[in-house]
Ligand binder design. Structure first.
Ligand SMILES: Nc1ncnc2c1ncn2[C@@H]1O[C@H](COP(=O)(O)OP(=O)(O)OP(=O)(O)O)[C@@H](O)[C@H]1O
Ligand SMILES: [Mg+2]
Length: 389
């Protein structure tokens, strides 16, 4: 009956500390229904802070309000782009399919035609109603134009019902360049035309920079929200809430101890919550239980979470990570790492690129690198000390 769920994208029993983010999306829904202008939202944060579970929550809200959503996780490269386009075509098809049975207004006819043409234009089978329109909307073969037309025609139909089209994109920093540019262009166009179309993105902290590099107006297009570690009261709630629901309680000391150990980091809070649930034999959970949970939780992290990253790195990449670890979790300058390793930044560029591709580090700013998870630098440091001992 353990109520804590350490994992990737696993909905926590209590989603703590995200009220402002939920309110922001709620406001988007309210405004969209009334045809008021509102900015789409991009969430960014490190691995394990809860971007995916937040996105899933917002998706649930959109469904509740009869908004129409498409949700996918972006994956890098051409193959990733193909998969994303397929998700989009499938989503457009599913959203418009029920309209075949409704009154065939011009708007609806136009939508069904464009959706059909769009999937044909992408060369995808199975997502067409066989109603390609004569106006050839969505059929140019140019991604940006076709995407714009299909999204416009769907939004125009949904607009009449005070509904909206929302595309939720997780790991958005991975989105392939052409598809990203096209989606940003369409979002920009939709804002100007007051079409109810919104991209809600989530990704690593470099996502806002990536978007701005793709289309400079992206800076002003989105509301940017940083998803980070929880504040003290939310961190406590993330531990206390699930326990309470199961009729158990924490002592003040135990709570203090575990939130500090987790650094208020959502994934670690789940790990230590789960650990204290495992070690305690009675409630209230005591500070002794918290100590035991700390040992168990750390052991689990050191045998799973951190090594999973470490072991993906090649020897040359590990050298690089060790040099980074000296600077702690704050991140390092690429040039300084090169100096420490007696190499040139250009010479290290492939190593750096490969670590970024593996999702172990990211570039928060030009010329800088940082770990994608908190605590990685101290893990590497502990490894080094173990070896030395
Ligand atoms: N607000 C929260 N309150 C309590 N637990 C949370 C919260 N947000 C996330 N968690 C927990 O933290 C863990 C990580 O969440 P999630 O997978 O959504 O993170 P993420 O930011 O998407 O990570 P990644 O970048 O690796 O995809 C999960 O176990 C989840 O249950
Ligand atoms: Mg995620």
């Amino acid at each position: 009956m353990n109520p804590y769920h350490p994992g990737a994208g696993v909905t926590p029993m209590v989603l703590a500390g995200r009220d402002a983010d939920i309110a922001a999306f709620d406001s988007l829904i309210v405004r969209a229904k009334r045809y008021f202008p509102v900015n789409p939202i991009v969430f960014s944060g490190l691995r394990g802070v809860g971007k995916t579970v937040l996105l899933n929550r917002l998706r649930g809200m959109a469904d509740h309000h009869q908004f129409h959503s498409i949700q996918f996780e972006a994956k890098a490269g051409k193959a990733g782009a193909t998969a994303a386009k397929r998700e989009l075509a499938r989503g457009f098809f599913q959203i418009s399919a029920p309209y075949r049975r409704r009154a065939a207004t011009d708007t609806v006819k136009q939508m069904l035609g464009t959706v059909s043409s769009f999937s044909v234009s992408l060369g995808l089978e199975g997502f067409s109603f066989g109603l390609e329109n004569e106006s050839l909307r969505g059929a140019s073969g140019l991604l940006e134009m076709d995407l714009q037309e299909v999204i416009e025609d769907i939004s125009l139909a949904l607009r009449r019902e005070h509904s909206a089209l929302v595309i939720f994109i997780d790991e958005m920093q991975e989105l392939e360049a052409e598809l990203l540019e096209s989606l940003l262009t369409v979002q920009h166009y939709a804002m100007q035309r007051q079409l109810p179309f919104y991209i809600i993105g989530a990704g690593l902290p470099n996502l806002p920079v990536k978007l701005a590099a793709s289309r400079s107006y992206a800076e002003r297009l989105f509301e940017y929200r940083v998803i980070g570690k929880l504040d003290d009261s939310a961190a406590r709630e993330s531990l206390v809430g699930p326990a309470n629901k199961m009729g158990q309680v924490f002592t003040e000391d135990a709570l203090e101890h575990l939130t500090a150990e987790a650094g208020n980091y959502p994934f670690f809070l789940q790990v230590f919550g789960s650990a204290i649930w495992t070690v305690a034999t009675a409630s209230p959970f005591t500070v002794e239980n918290a100590h035991a949970a700390k040992v168990l939780g750390r052991a689990q992290l050191d045998s799973g979470f951190f090594p999973a990253r470490w072991e993906r790195a090649t020897p040359a990449e590990r050298e690089y990570l060790r040099a980074m670890a000296m600077d702690g979790d704050e991140g390092s300058r690429s040039a300084a790492i090169a100096r420490a390793l007696g190499k040139t930044p250009q010479g290290l560029a492939p190593v750096r690129a490969s670590l970024i591709a593996k999702g172990i580090i990211y570039s928060p700013l030009h010329g800088r690198v940082a770990f994608t998870v908190p605590g990685m630098s101290s893990f590497i440091e502990r490894q080094r000390q173990l070896l030395e001992d």
